[in-house]
Write a protein that binds this ligand. Sequence first.
Ligand code: ADP
Length: 169
Amino acid sequence: MIELIQGDITKQEIDAIANAANSHLAGGGGVDGAIHWAGGPTIMQELKEKYKGCPTGSAVITGAGNLKAQYVIHAVGPRWKDGKHNEPKLLASAYQTSLELAQKHKCQTIAFPSISTGIYGYPVEEGAKIALQTVAQFLKENPVFTTVRFVLFDEKTYQAYQKVYQPST
Ligand code: ADP
């Protein structure tokens, strides 16, 4: 099932925590900074050892350090330009790849932040639609997750997801 909550993703007890990373996997501000801060340095060490960056629209997986999770899935969403640079497809693909990676690692529960709608400037309602549609479609085709939890940090983002969410989809 899909859950929407307002909160801090670094506090979740869950199999996998998705991160809104950048393609250099270099850490940054926003949720990325919060995850590395709370998870400790082993996450960045593993990223550096195993991966040379990650293309936009894809994701990579590491352990979760001090977080109450097994894995962190570092998903790279698109930077919003004008909506004509494949942004919707790339955003959907970031969620899709994350779900596939979580499934491959036998996760039953996963938490997502609102990828790309912070520093990357993706309009929040549009981002919410894509996030929810992509997850709902995946769950229909692969009923492997007991919980997909969107952890939305601020009131505005939480409201946008609530507005767009249709439990039947
Ligand atoms: P991006 O660069 O992909 O836009 P950001 O980290 O700037 O990523 O923002 C993505 C979303 O994550 C924003 O809605 C932001 O408010 C939210 N966010 C920031 N910190 C946290 C946190 N600790 N838990 C959950 N969401 C967070």
